[in-house]
Design a protein around this ligand. Structure first.
Ligand SMILES: [Zn+2]
Length: 167
């Protein structure tokens, strides 16, 4: 995910696409992202070959900021979402802001899994973006050696959500 390796034009297309999807996330319309008008000729989700990266990396780069638009910080809303997921999975553990801030290991693992699910959901929604968008699966990508790239993005989101307090 070396932006420096991109040409000015490639960078601008990637930036355009990220901004487009952030706006969709802000409007909470990710589920209908395919029906929202945009410049298809500059969209790296419609045309993954506009950027010389593995398409999975490109899509991950697009989805990550959108997750942060929906959940920018470690607050009660995020805690409620994580606990909602745990409840649905039949887990007894519950997280709190305090536990997550203190680095409690089981709670941090739940947080990590919540982010991973959010990224996976976002990727799933990009696959129905347009007739030319690619169907990429996070779990399959992890098995195909993309685990480090995924973990970098998960950490990036955690750091952002923690804010200036650091991990
Ligand atoms: Zn597009």
């Amino acid at each position: 995910m070396e932006w420096r390796s991109l040409s000015g034009e490639e960078r601008s297309r990637l930036q355009y696409t990220i901004s487009h999807f952030k706006e969709i996330a802000r409007q909470n319309r990710f589920a209908e992202n395919g029906s929202i008008e945009h410049d298809v000729s500059r969209c790296v989700v419609c045309h993954a070959d506009l950027v010389p990266w593995n398409p999975f990396i490109t899509y991950l780069e697009v989805v990550t900021p959108s997750v942060l638009v929906r959940r920018p910080r470690l607050d009660q809303d995020l805690v409620d979402e994580i606990n909602g997921d745990l409840s649905m999975l039949g887990e007894d553990h519950r997280v709190s802001i305090q536990l997550l801030r203190s680095g409690d290991a089981p709670s941090t693992q739940c947080w990590r899994e919540w982010i991973q699910t959010a990224l996976a959901t976002g990727l799933g929604l990009l696959s129905i973006h347009s007739p030319t968008s690619l169907e990429l699966d996070l779990d399959e990508a992890r098995e195909d050696g993309m685990g480090d790239a995924i973990d970098v993005k998960i950490l990036e989101i955690m750091r952002e959500q923690l804010g200036s307090d650091g991990i």
